[in-house]
Design a binder for this molecule. Structure first.
Ligand code: DLL
Length: 433
């Protein structure tokens, strides 16, 4: 079902006319209210009035994640804090997470986009949505929650964790739509099986899965094991949260970008130049309607491709391909964004370990696992086992405190981690196999 016929099926010309008007007013507002943008425009020698066509978007400066960190916490807000009714922050929190704000109108826009998203996945009034995305600073839980309510479904705000209880609720409440990360959906199926319940016997019809990379093979696996349609949803905290793009259940072939609110571009991550149609590169988004936290040409570091071929669902919105990787080294571990450098900072803060480590990421029973192997100095290794265990636990705790991610730390003997000739390979991600 198409939730918002007026916008989702607009002919391209009409859509582009709306985009241009919105882009012009965004540029005016960002320049006038966000010191970062005034400076960035001035440095590029561009004025908001220079935006005469959509092509002129390319004249505007990029925004990088580092810019958001530099303006922590509220420096990028385009509205006084008193108009901000909600604050979220990105996962993988170091001392300085990425903080975003929403006005009342932004929350309304987000709810509409999430209602569109759920409708594209085939949800409708009468459905019961089991929402196992995390509630809290993470945008997944509340984003889906508001969208599900706006669409008129009944939403169960179960959030993440306590899997056995989730299975019980699923059995008793009869939810029809599952919303969680793709890996968690398979974990749910495993735990259901352990409890003697065949997931297929539950009432689920469709799942809306995202917030981490997954593959076509994993889709097949989920669909077979859970007996549902599995639909891909993409979004990021900085742009709005979930609700940037979604597949339609009819085609399950590329994610429709809600272009009346976000302009996508694909650029060469090395040069920043726009790439030709159909080429894979880094996704960049400009928010057209956000009030509290507008972003111009935000570099997501996610790799994808855009295509305009018509879709059988009737939407005229451009589609983006499944995310195929990142142009940086960010990992997503159980939904938390983790940069290897953050773990390195924990290790390097200690004097008793050597600067040789490797992160081993894997998936066991459909849950991500992280192991940190780090070398210790000669002297330390000959110490009592008890001491080494204590060190491992200390480091595990420091990493958990900094990143919110549990991991297993293994101290290994000096010179046992492979040295590399060039760039050290710090991450072995077995999930991609
Ligand atoms: O993950 C928002 C979200 C919530 C999306 C629920 C979908 C469902 P962040 O925590 O800021 O926000 O993480 C954003 O996650 O830049 C991608 O690298 C990755 N990501 C999100 N969706 C997908 C997807 C939320 N469908 C980062 N496929 C993004 C691959 C995804 N990667």
């Amino acid at each position: 079902m198409i939730y918002d016929e007026d916008f989702e099926t607009l002919p391209r010309e009409a859509l582009e006319a709306i985009q241009l008007k919105r882009l012009q007013s965004l540029a005016e507002k960002a320049y006038a209210t966000v010191p970062f943008y005034k400076k960035a425009f001035d440095e590029k020698g561009v004025k908001p009035g220079d935006i005469k066509s959509l092509q002129d978007l390319h004249k505007l400066p990029f925004t990088m994640k580092q810019d958001l960190r530099d303006n922590y916490p509220f420096g990028m807000f385009a509205t006084p804090l008193e108009n901000v009714v909600r604050i979220h922050a990105s996962s993988g929190t170091t001392g300085k997470p990425t903080v975003v704000g929403y006005t009342r109108r932004d929350i309304n826009t987000w709810s509409e986009l999430m209602a569109r998203t759920l409708a594209a996945a085939g949800a409708h009034k009468g459905d019961i949505v089991h929402n196992a995305y995390g509630y809290g600073l993470f945008t997944g839980g509340l984003g889906f929650h508001y969208g599900a309510e706006r669409l008129g479904t009944s939403v169960i705000p179960v959030s993440g964790g306590n899997t056995k209880r989730q299975i019980l609720l699923m059995k008793d409440f009869g939810p029809t739509v599952l919303t969680c990360t793709p890996s968690y959906s398979l974990h749910l199926a495993d735990v259901a099986a352990e409890e003697g319940i065949d997931f297929k016997s539950l009432d689920f019809r469709v799942g809306v899965f995202g917030a981490e990379p997954w593959t076509e093979n994993m889709r097949k696996d989920i669909e077979n094991r859970l007996g549902i349609d599995a639909v891909d949803i993409y979004g990021l905290t900085e742009i709005i949260g979930p609700g940037v793009s979604v597949e339609c259940v009819e085609a399950k072939n590329g994610l429709h970008v809600f272009e009346d609110h976000f302009i996508p571009e694909i650029i060469d991550p090395a040069t920043g130049e726009p790439l030709a149609y159909g080429e894979t590169g880094e996704l960049v988004f400009t928010t057209l309607t956000k009030e509290a936290f507008p972003l111009i040409r935000y570099r997501t570091r996610d790799l994808s491709v855009l295509y305009h071929e018509p879709c059988k669902c009737g939407r005229n919105l451009v589609r983006m391909g499944r995310i195929t990787g990142r142009s940086d080294d960010m990992l997503i571990i159980r939904g938390v964004n983790v940069f290897p450098s953050q773990i390195e900072s924990v290790l390097m803060a200690r004097e008793d370990v050597a600067p040789h480590y490797v992160l081993i990421v894997d998936r066991q029973e459909h849950m991500d696992t992280l192991e940190v192997h780090v070398e210790v100095d000669e002297g330390v290794f000959s110490d009592a086992v008890k001491h080494l265990q204590r060190m491992e636990q200390d480091i595990e705790k420091d990493i958990k405190d900094l990143l919110g991610v549990s991991c297993k730390v293994r101290l290994v003997e000096p010179k046992t981690i492979q040295r590399s000739q060039g760039k050290a390979q710090r991450v072995i991600d077995k999930r991609k196999a």
